[in-house]
Design a protein around this ligand. Sequence first.
Ligand code: ATP
Ligand code: MG
Length: 433
Amino acid sequence: MINSPTIISQSKHGIPRECISDPAHKVLEHLNRSGFNAYLVGGCVRDLLLGYKPKDFDVATDATPEQVRELFPNSRLIGRRFRLAHVRFKRNIIEVSTFRAPPSEKLLDHNGRIVDDNIYGTLEQDAWRRDFSINALYYDIRTDSVIDYTGGITDLEKHQIRLIGNPTTRYQEDPVRMLRAVRFMCKLGFDLHPESKEAIYQFASTLQNIPPARLFEEVIKLFLSGYAIQAFSLLRHFGLFQWLFPETETYLIQGDRFSQSFLEQALINTDNRVLEEKPVTAAFLFAVFLWVPIKKLIDQYPDSKKIGELIRKSVETVSINQSRHITLPRRVSLPMKEIWYLQPRFKYQQGIRAVRLLQHPRFRAAYDFLLLRNQADEIPNEQDTNLCRWWDKVQSLEEKERLNYLNPKRSRSNRSKTKKIKPKLNQLVSVDG
Ligand code: ATP
Ligand code: MG
């Protein structure tokens, strides 16, 4: 344990001052001028030292959350387990947390998990209770120096992620740190220190003690940041994935070929979209992971005539089981379900049903999902490949042509009917799915 910190001066660390965002500057300066100590901390310092552009800027200070709230009218307090202030500048949020002291026994549950982390402390105490040494570096804008209590600079140089302190205690205190370890391995391409690694195999199952609402954000960061395929493989390797998506893991472990290829293809596509800066959604991601158990339920009734109803029942069963592990906000669960419910509707290639499908706000996501199912060989027959081609063609047409394409009989023979339906169809077709 290092007691006095290593101070790295600007001439050594070389972080250009202009790389620190204006909002971060404002927050630090206002806190310092008001008599508090405030530093940049965490991912932003780590990323600046590695020469990357930080995703966001976090600040640590000796001001309490209430004092921060008073200093910044544009702030609000969030979190119960870990209370902190968000200072907002248009679309930019600076997260300001108060230095934390080591957790007291009283605030641990019977598994050793911290349930209340709101005891304030000093800068040094704050450094030792952060997760990894590379995330416990502080930047002081008053001196332009970096402060290192835990050996983070050496670990950065070694490209190593090392849990601060005893890995057993630290994972018990907060099992989410195991997911964070995987995330930083993927994001930075660093190795995990052997002791920090070993303890994951032992403590993976403690992920089930984490409130499901907290896991949603972590899963999003793991799978929508451009390294989903690697995160998937590492999470499975460490035995963590099964505590996030237990039913999905059941089929993967059985060596189910469709499940493996469907998920891999989806995650490769997601990574490519992130790389191309195209939008990616949590709804699509969860639709993918949970389709594996839903499809298994559907497959039990191959002769079902009521496929829509069967999908709905399977979706309900799987959603209830999954909600014990990860809570999905409604803004995610609703579009996720729509993606599934639209699947059987692609067989209506013509008429008002086809037009309505094309106009549905979730058409594009549902179509991508259909393609993925087809790619994963779930629907290997020619008829279904033709279905994908048909809908691909429809989308490539000019708006005017779509009407004839989706409604050929009406536009040629049944003129009186066409008259009635045409305005409606025109209206629908002009809205691009
Ligand atoms: P990113 O680049 O993804 O934002 P980050 O390291 O900044 O990475 P955040 O989730 O923004 O990650 O957290 C900010 C900092 O807070 C971390 O760098 C770390 O010091 C500390 N921290 C976050 N979560 C934990 C945790 N579960 N246990 C201990 N410290 C944590
Ligand atoms: Mg951060």
